[in-house]
Design a protein around this ligand. Structure first.
Ligand SMILES: Nc1nc2c(ncn2[C@@H]2O[C@H](COP(=O)(O)OP(=O)(O)OP(=O)(O)O)[C@@H](O)[C@H]2O)c(=O)[nH]1
Ligand SMILES: [Mg+2]
Ligand SMILES: [Zn+2]
Length: 358
């Protein structure tokens, strides 16, 4: 398989040029189980694991390979040994569960992120949930597309109602109404899934991410799971991230439904999800207005006139608070990690010279 067929381009080629004399070969991570990876190279699929160097220099979970990453490996051994991750063109991450400020990378080098919600009457479609997903996707640099799945379960009037609900939070982001069951609307997704494009799926458990992948693949490559009777929640059927190649030459990544949506990024990514608030902020009297109690605040003005929905404003303030409070944790941790890295740098250079330069 040619590397270009699985997403290789000049962005990665330029980075690889620096390593061309090293004997390391590039491959794309297609699957992950613990610290064992499945990687696609020019020679086909193989297993890979990270090297001792790699483990030594990784400061946190965000530094480890994720599905979609391009890695450089020593190919003589089986499994191959991953020595380096090429810089990511885009990333979809969240703050790791629990109290830690670590970045958890869910997928890397993705062009499109399908945010899947389900029109099954359960909690698999909420405006507040969509807002959080949009913030998370925008932060990592992929293009978000909202998928309202299971439209086969809806009457015409319900469809119209759900469309309006989605439109009030989607801004300029495309919204497709589809059914993984009947195939209705799937052609809109196929329109984006052309040769060389990588798309990933995210959304709550039970929304139908794996069912959509099966529909796009034309066969059952992924297991799907039933919903709980009472509240229509999914059962976390997909437990691993995995990349599939479509007949069109596009690639799709299935991911497990997330239990917690905690953006990893900075407050700038809020603007993409709350465009009308970002826009209104231009007219605030003070440049550093927090839109909470300042006089002459353009945002509060529109909220009081009912031109910005109060629930949306509240959601904006809540998410911003979360991002700000953990940014502080992150920078403190970053400072400590940098210090540790500086200490080990001389050792790494020594090891590199020993292993590659001989
Ligand atoms: N009626 C209907 N059911 C669907 C549709 N898409 C998925 N389902 C059903 O919804 C349930 C959950 O689908 P999955 O594809 O497993 O959901 P998922 O998003 O992958 O969930 P996790 O892997 O747990 O994160 C399954 O019973 C599917 O058959 C659809 O378009 N219409
Ligand atoms: Mg699934
Ligand atoms: Zn303001």
């Amino acid at each position: 398989m040619k590397l270009e067929d699985i997403g290789w381009n000049s962005f990665f080629e330029d980075q690889y040029a620096v390593w061309s004399g090293s004997g390391l070969i590039p491959g794309r991570v297609t699957g992950e189980a613990g610290h064992l990876y499945s990687v696609e190279t020019e020679k086909g699929r193989s297993d890979a694991r990270i090297s001792g160097h790699f483990q030594y220099t990784a400061a946190g979970p965000g530094d480890y390979p994720a599905v979609g990453d391009w890695v450089l490996m020593r190919s003589e051994s089986d499994p191959m040994i991953i020595e380096k991750i090429l810089e990511r063109g885009s990333v979809f991450s969240r703050r790791a569960a629990g109290k830690r400020s670590d970045e958890q990378v869910i997928a890397a080098n993705i062009d499109i992120m399908f945010i899947v919600a389900a029109l099954d009457g359960g909690r698999n479609f909420t405006q507040r949930g969509l807002e959080r997903y949009i913030v998370m996707v925008s932060d990592g640099g992929a293009e978000p597309v909202i998928i309202l799945n299971k439209c086969d379960l809806c009457s015409e009037s319900e469809r119209a109602e759900f469309k309006t609900m989605a439109a009030s939070v989607s801004g300029n982001i495309p919204v497709f109404m589809v059914s993984a069951l009947t195939g209705e609307g799937i052609e809109q997704m196929n329109g984006l899934l052309v040769q060389g494009v990588t798309a990933a799926f995210t959304g709550p458990s039970g929304a139908g991410k794996s069912a959509l992948i099966n529909q796009l693949m034309g066969r059952g490559v992924q297991k799907t799971g039933s919903l709980r009777e009472d509240d229509k929640r999914g059962r976390h059927t997909t437990t691993r991230k995995e990349l599939f190649l479509l007949g069109s030459g596009a690639m799709v990544i299935d991911t497990p439904g997330l239990r917690e949506l905690r953006p990893y990024g900075d407050t700038e990514s809020l603007d993409a999800a709350f465009t009308e608030i970002a826009h209104a902020a231009d007219s605030c009297r003070f440049k550093d207005c927090t839109h909470t109690d300042e006089p002459g605040c353009g945002v509060l003005g529109l909220v009081s006139e009912g031109l910005i929905e109060y629930e949306r404003y509240q959601s904006y303030i809540t998410i911003r608070g979360e991002i700000e409070s953990f940014s502080m944790m992150k920078s403190e941790k970053g400072r400590m990690a940098r210090k540790a890295k500086e200490k080990t740098l001389s050792k790494i250079i020594k090891n590199y010279n020993r292993d590659f330069k001989q």
